[in-house]
Design a protein around this ligand. Structure first.
Ligand SMILES: [Zn+2]
Length: 252
C-alpha cells in the first residue's frame, strides 16, 4: 500500500514540478505566476491542456512545439521528473507526517531557485521572502535545539557567503548570499555550514569536469544554486548522522 501512495505522490510531485518551472522562470523576469497562460517561447502560441501534462506532454511531443517545431527546453521535463521523484522518495522516508510536510516545503525552495538560476542566473527576492516567512512559521512551531540556532544559522550563512563573495570578487552572486540566509533559518548553524561544504565540493568537481572536457570558459558564469540545492538536501537528510560520525571518528 505504501508503494501505491508513493506512485500517487510521484504524480502529484510532477504537477508541483511543473508549477516550480513557472515560478522559477517567471518571477526572475518580474512576471506574474498566474497570468498570462503558458505559451511557446518561440511562436507565442498558447498551450492547451494536452501540452501542459507534466513530463508526458514533453515525451509525446518529442521535445518540440506542436505549432512551430521549436525545441522545448529540457529543463521542463527534468524539473517535473526530479520533483516527482524527490517528493516520492521523501514520502517513503518520512511517511505522512509533519516532518514530511517540512521536507516538501524545503524541497520546493531548492527546486525553484535551481530552475530560476539555471534559466536566468537570478535567484528572485520574492521567492526568498516567501520562503523565509514559511521557514519562520515552521521554526516557531517546531524550533531547533537550541531555539536560537535558526537565527544564528541565518546570520552565519549570510556572513560566510558575504565574506566568500568579497574574497572571490564576483564568484558568488547576491542571490546566493541571501539564499544562505534563508537556508540557515531552516537548517541551523551546523547544517548550513555542511551545505556550503557539499555545494563547494560538488561545484569544484563540476568545474574540474568542464576543464577535463575542455568546455570550461573563464568568462562564463556558472549558476551555483543547483549545487547549493543538492548540498542542502544532503545536509538536511544526513547532516546529523554525518556530524555524529565525524565527531566520533576525529574528535575522540
Ligand atoms: Zn512554438
Amino acid at each position: 500500500m505504501e508503494y501505491i501512495y508513493a506512485v500517487f505522490v510521484l504524480l502529484y510531485g510532477m504537477v508541483f514540478g511543473s508549477f516550480f518551472n513557472v515560478v522559477g522562470m517567471r518571477t526572475a523576469k518580474g512576471q506574474s505566476v498566474i497570468r498570462p497562460r503558458s505559451s511557446c517561447p518561440a511562436c507565442r502560441t498558447p498551450l492547451t491542456w494536452k501540452e501542459l501534462v507534466p513530463l508526458f506532454s514533453y515525451l509525446f511531443l518529442r521535445g518540440r512545439c506542436r505549432t512551430c517545431g521549436a525545441k522545448i527546453s529540457f529543463l521542463y521535463p527534468a524539473t517535473e521528473l526530479l520533483t516527482g521523484l524527490l517528493f516520492s522518495l521523501s514520502y517513503l522516508q518520512f511517511g505522512f507526517s509533519w516532518e514530511w510536510l517540512q521536507a516538501l516545503v524545503f524541497l520546493s525552495l531548492l527546486m525553484i531557485v535551481t530552475v530560476s538560476d539555471l534559466d536566468s542566473m537570478i535567484i528572485p527576492n520574492r521567492v526568498l521572502l516567501v520562503f523565509s516567512l514559511l521557514f519562520l512559521v515552521i521554526r516557531l512551531a517546531d524550533p531547533l535545539v537550541p531555539w536560537w540556532d535558526s537565527l544564528a544559522g541565518a546570520l552565519l550563512g549570510f556572513s560566510v557567503l558575504y565574506l566568500l563573495a568579497a574574497v572571490t570578487r564576483g564568484g558568488m552572486g547576491g542571490g546566493d548570499i541571501k539564499l544562505f540566509f534563508v537556508l540557515g533559518l531552516f537548517l541551523g548553524t551546523k547544517k548550513v555550514l555542511l551545505t556550503l561544504f557539499f555545494a563547494s565540493f560538488l561545484g569544484t568537481l563540476f568545474g574540474l569536469l568542464l576543464i577535463a572536457l575542455k568546455k570550461f570558459r573563464r568568462k562564463k558564469p556558472v549558476p551555483f544554486a543547483p549545487f547549493i540545492g543538492v548540498g542542502a538536501w544532503i545536509a538536511y537528510l544526513y547532516g546529523d548522522r554525518l556530524l555524529a560520525w565525524y565527531l566520533s571518528t576525529f574528535l575522540q
